[in-house]
Design a protein around this ligand. Structure first.
Ligand code: CDP
Ligand code: CDP
Length: 225
């Protein structure tokens, strides 16, 4: 496989995109770009700079000056916002909600898409998000759309929260996932939707290994069909 592909993975929250993308990137020696982290960092930036989501002028100024850097590391990417490592802070619940709220705003999406296209222009990247196969790279070499039923996804996130020592109920997690999926798939600009030519991967009953193997074999075959 000499050609450096662009691989897009989209899908709802906790469907296993990033886990899979990280493992595929390792196997292929590609760069993994977590675009959700960029929307999360933008949301956090509004808190740091006290910018209201309704204030388009302040928001535009913030975006003109924003510096989001993704540093690639074996144990997981580090995200820097204007020089500060915010990798852990952006995973907290308030930022999770804010990321979905800021992601409906056109000027925010324009800026993120511009940065993402630049990051992927030379290929050799796996990008995960909501609009990668539809908007960011509509001509991506491979497009996957990950799905899993909401109960499975909520349970996965609940287990993660428990491991981190967070005290949150399964019901709360499920309610948050349902709200976010709805907000993401009903927005006017770049809603979460499966690209026509994307391969759906329903991993409700699959292990991570099984889904990685399945997607890797599609890529090795060299065809999205
Ligand atoms: O990136 P996204 O929000 O789509 O999901 P993720 O963070 O990759 O995955 C959410 C959780 O589901 C992680 O703890 C994974 O280990 C787990 N998981 C999975 O991704 N795939 C499976 N087949 C089973 C579990
Ligand atoms: O990891 P999880 O699936 O929970 O969320 P994420 O991928 O970190 O994305 C956080 C939020 O950013 C999503 O709920 C979307 O609202 C937004 N997002 C987006 O609009 N477009 C993308 N390409 C990636 C994320």
């Amino acid at each position: 496989m000499n050609k450096k592909y662009v691989i897009a993975i989209d899908g709802p929250a906790a469907s296993g995109k990033s886990t899979t993308a990280k493992q595929l990137a390792k196997k292929l020696k590609y760069i993994y770009i977590d675009t959700g982290a960029m929307y999360r960092a933008s949301g956090l930036c509004t808190i740091f700079q006290n910018v209201s989501l309704d204030d388009e002028i302040a928001l535009k100024k913030m975006l003109d000056e924003i510096n989001i850097k993704i540093e690639y590391a074996e144990e997981g990417n580090h995200i820097y916002l204007n020089g500060e490592d915010v990798s852990e802070r952006i995973r907290e619940a308030d930022i999770t909600k804010l990321s979905s709220q800021i992601a409906v705003i056109g000027i925010v999406r324009d800026k993120m898409v511009e940065l993402q296209r630049k990051m992927g222009e030379n290929g050799g990247v796996i990008m995960d998000g909501r609009d990668i196969g539809t908007v960011v790279f509509p001509k991506a070499d491979f497009k996957f759309f990950m799905i899993a039923d909401v109960k499975t996804r909520a349970l996965r996130r609940w287990k993660e929260a428990k491991e981190k020592g967070e005290n949150i109920s399964l019901d709360e997690i499920e309610t948050e996932l349902i709200w976010r999926d709805k907000n993401d798939s009903t927005r006017d600009i770049s809603p979460l939707i499966q690209a026509e030519d994307a391969i759906p991967i329903d991993n409700s009953g699959m292990t991570i290994d099984e889904q990685v193997k399945k997607m890797y074999s599609v890529i090795k075959r060299g065809s999205n069909a």
